[in-house]
Design a protein around this ligand. Sequence first.
Ligand code: 4AD
Ligand code: MG
Length: 461
Amino acid sequence: TVYVKSLYRDTESYAGKSVTVAGWVRNIRVSKNFGFIELYDGSFFKSVQVVFGEELDNFKDIAKLNISSSLYVEGKLELTPGAKQPFEIKTEKIVIEGLSSPDYPLQKKRHTLEYLRTIAHLRPRSNTFSAVFRVRSLAAFAIHKFFNERGFVYVHTPLITGSDAEGAGEMFRVTTLDLDNLPRTQDGKIDTKEDFFGKETNLTVSGQLEAETFALAFRDVYTFGPTFRAENSNTARHAAEFWMIEPEIAFADLEDNMALAEDMMKYVISYVLENAPEEMAFFNQFIDNTLLERLDNIVSSDFGRVTYTEAVDLLKKSGKEFEYPVEWGIDLQTEHERYLTEQIFKKPVFVINYPKEIKAFYMRLNDDNKTVAAMDLLVPGVGEIIGGSQREERYEVLEKKMEELGFNKEDYWWYMELRKYGGTKHAGYGLGFERMIMYLTGIGNIRDVIPFPRTVGSAEF
Ligand code: 4AD
Ligand code: MG
């Protein structure tokens, strides 16, 4: 069988020849002695038009087919200049592989994204999700390609871990203990010594700390894998399970980190625009008709840069009444982030040097003793898409910080040793992969860019 993608990409060489295509019926129209099938095989965004006539000995069976039946179609490819589709297949033979019931939920009409979420097992067959998930696949590949071309080592950090990388306590506990009959220590606490690993473990919230160990061995590394957060935020941008790309670079500071992030964003956008033109045109037509123009601009212009302190001033001076009032020291909320990137800068913008109180323990303290070398990348339509920083490489400064925060230092002995044996300045960031796909497609809800969303109150299967 030949893939529909090849027919579209290489039409001339198939013209007039006999081909066999395997696929599913997207639509079927039948009159008395002939009919049309739009056959979709998943290899390409578009279907191929199949024309069949009553000379086929199973004409009557074909005429009764429901949408989503699977078929093999053999016939001659004929060019149809001037018609809606550039070619069609004049059928010589159709083999019916699998029938579909008339109650198939994806009939030829537009369905809401909310409805499609309730049929996560069928939605990859719809136009929208076929476009979303191909773009997702291409973007993942582009990320690997980008880092690979720059000589980065891809490191697989663990999903089960004993440390809380973000110190935010938003972790899913992993345990083999009998929940109905928990072992207790003398003082009534849960006895984690009896757990599988002999200690408390969780699903990772970030691979960063482990990636740092590799950066101090390979210099430039990245992880790309699932991460988990038990944060109870039921928003369009938060999922309990999401994928994160985390590069970590040694002998590098915040400037190097921003340069890398900007290059990566532009590379991935360009790659997807180039390799999924049909899908991107579809998003531009049906989801957000400023998408292509916006993405083109991003590739060709510089990202904005602003310090947290300047950003707070800009927001205060804007005269805009925010639901959550802006003061130096607050954690920027989505409304502030979106106002900055959408109204003030009108492009992606890095906000750097946040107050130390609102950022993670590992971020490098600036000379002002008040801020840390953090960076968040904010983009229009999404808000925060990247969070990163230069890391605290000074043993004593880091130790003091952990003491202040009441960390159990024994849990981080290995992390501290990285500062003891040839520590160097280093930096890194995390790109939320789903937020990147939202940004690339214009889709407004994280539930619609991940194949099987796990969000508060919902994990379909
Ligand atoms: O800002 P965050 O929490 O940073 C870190 O985890 C660092 N350890 C990264 C690093 O420096 N290596 O998360 C990074 C990004 C966010 O900017 C956001 O895009 C995404 O991960 N993210 C989420 N995406 C979906 N659902 C959630 N619940 C997310 N939490 C964070
Ligand atoms: Mg963040």
